[in-house]
Design a protein around this ligand. Structure first.
Ligand code: FUL
Length: 475
């Protein structure tokens, strides 16, 4: 066979589904693994838009309009803590270009505002408050800048890099950095050629432990919508080659579900606002999402293996509004009530053909709320025997994702004594999979693995009976 024919045969084999299946599956980095464990945290949109009732400021707003009357970042942190959120990500600079810190690269900052006579720095206050409260601190910075005179020229890339240096040098450690992919026109009508490679190198050099979010990572991907809903299935993998941030990004369905055979571990983060807008508008005070709506979003984000970034915009005082904090506390209460009593604690757990209690319960339960640092159990033929009738409507699984994400399809048979009384189907698992179904009285359940990419490893299983009204089951 001549070389050309051999080359084409190689190409054919390399591109075949079989070869893809045998390719090693990507694994998360240490930073990504830690990121997964912070499953839910707050987003804070704050800036001139808060005072002008806009969502996208034009960049020509006078600095003096930024004038919170009672700003208190400790209050934000108290609310975040009470709500069980693990951190706060703040819009250091939104599209209007206004900097919430006194950047030397701009004349459109808190320094030029009247607030505290220009001697103010929201980033510093929040970074301090997060440290005191033990919360993660993250920063959103929009490359798109509708104010900066250099925007649209090569010089602006220096400005953007310089700004990021200020952030990392003065306000670190920064846990997550959020790059918005939007690229509109600057004050002179020009669009910018973003030097993403340089931006990324800058961050990696200054702070290797920071995870970077954008449409396509490198560490965390956008989920493809602003409703807070991850795909079902949801893969932690994405192919990024040939794609760009913003307009050149993969289509939103792909971002929503990821690529099963994707080459990179780039998990999804679900960003959504507690109100219709990202910024505070008093006419939306009666449109704050209810605890039940937030719980539903939790099921569709964290419950599908993604993280939830919930936006709670401070008002013109610079405080989280009472309505929002009440909803957040209600949301926390619903999560606590729903997931406090793992019915599996009282069950025998084993594999078919194995001795009862072969699977040590601590193994199943210990990994549940902490990073799983050990080999998990397999899913196939896993049986939980409650030895008495119990009513359940929710089963939660965790994949040992430090070993990868492999489970593609499985089902759970529900038995009442020997009678099959229900069957629950599932696709991806990932960091956490919350399956809900109509309440069913059972004495045991059994899991069957239908398809997986490689060896499957489960690090936690739990069963609950949660308030029926919180569950919206697909019929
Ligand atoms: C988008 C922005 O245009 C919105 O204003 C908001 O900041 C959202 C989180 O990202 O791209």
């Amino acid at each position: 066979m001549n070389r050309i024919v051999l080359f084409f045969i190689f190409l054919f084999i390399a591109g075949s589904p079989m070869a893809q299946q045998n390719a090693p599956s990507p694994l998360p980095t240490k930073q990504q693994l830690a990121w997964h464990e912070n499953e839910y945290y707050l987003f804070v949109h704050f800036g001139p838009n808060t005072f002008t009732d806009k969502e996208w400021g034009h960049g020509d707003e006078k600095e003096e309009i930024f004038n919170p009357t009672a700003l208190d970042c400790r209050q934000w942190c108290r609310v975040a803590k009470a709500a069980g959120a693990k951190g706060i990500i703040i819009t250091a600079k939104h599209h209007d270009g206004f900097c919430l810190w006194p950047s030397k690269y701009s004349t459109h900052t808190v320094r030029e505002s009247k607030w505290k006579n220009g001697r103010s720095d929201v980033l510093k206050e929040l970074s301090q408050a997060c440290k005191e409260a033990g919360l993660k601190y993250g920063i959103y910075i929009s490359p798109w800048d509708r104010n900066h005179p250099d925007y649209g020229t090569e010089k602006y890339n220096d400005v953007f890099v310089g700004m990021m240096k200020e952030l990392f040098q003065n306000y670190g450690p920064i846990w997550e950095l959020w790059w918005d992919g939007a690229n509109g026109e600057g004050p002179n009508g020009k669009k910018q050629e973003y030097d993403w490679r340089r931006y990324e190198n800058t961050v990696r050099k200054l702070s290797p432990s920071t995870v970077i979010f954008s449409d396509i990572g490198p560490d965390i991907r956008w989920v493809g919508n602003e409703k807070g809903i991850a795909g079902d299935p949801n893969w932690n993998f994405l192919d990024t080659s040939g794609f760009k941030r913003g307009i050149g990004a993969p289509d939103t369905d792909t971002l929503n579900q990821g690529n099963y055979y994707g080459k990179h571990w780039i998990p999804a983060e679900c960003d959504v606002s507690i109100r219709p807008g990202w910024f505070y508008h008093s006419n939306e005070d009666h449109k704050v999402k209810s605890p039940e709506q937030l719980f539903d979003l939790y099921l569709k984000s964290v419950g599908r293996g993604a993280n939830l970034l919930l936006n709670v915009p401070p008002d013109r005082r610079g405080l989280i509004h009472e309505k929002d904090s009440a909803a957040l506390i209600g949301f926390k209460k619903l999560r606590d009530e729903s997931f406090s009593d793992n019915l599996l604690k009282k069950a025998d757990t084993y594999y078919e053909f194995s001795q009862r209690d072969f699977i040590k319960k601590p193994l199943l339960l210990r990994g549940f709320d902490s990073a799983a640092a050990y080999y998990g159990i397999n899913l196939q033929n896993f049986i939980a025997d409650f030895r008495r009738p119990v009513t359940v409507n929710c089963i939660v699984l965790r994949e040992a994702i430090h070993l990868g994400q492999t489970i593609r399809r499985f089902n759970i048979e529900l038995y009442n004594n020997d009678r099959l009384v229900g069957k629950v189907l599932g696709h991806s698992v990932g960091r956490k999979r919350i399956l809900t179904f109509p309440a069913t009285t059972i004495t045991s359940f059994r899991v069957n693995l239908e398809d997986a990419k490689g060896n499957d490893n489960i690090s936690g299983i739990a069963a609950y009976l949660i308030n029926e009204n919180l569950i919206e089951n697909e019929k």
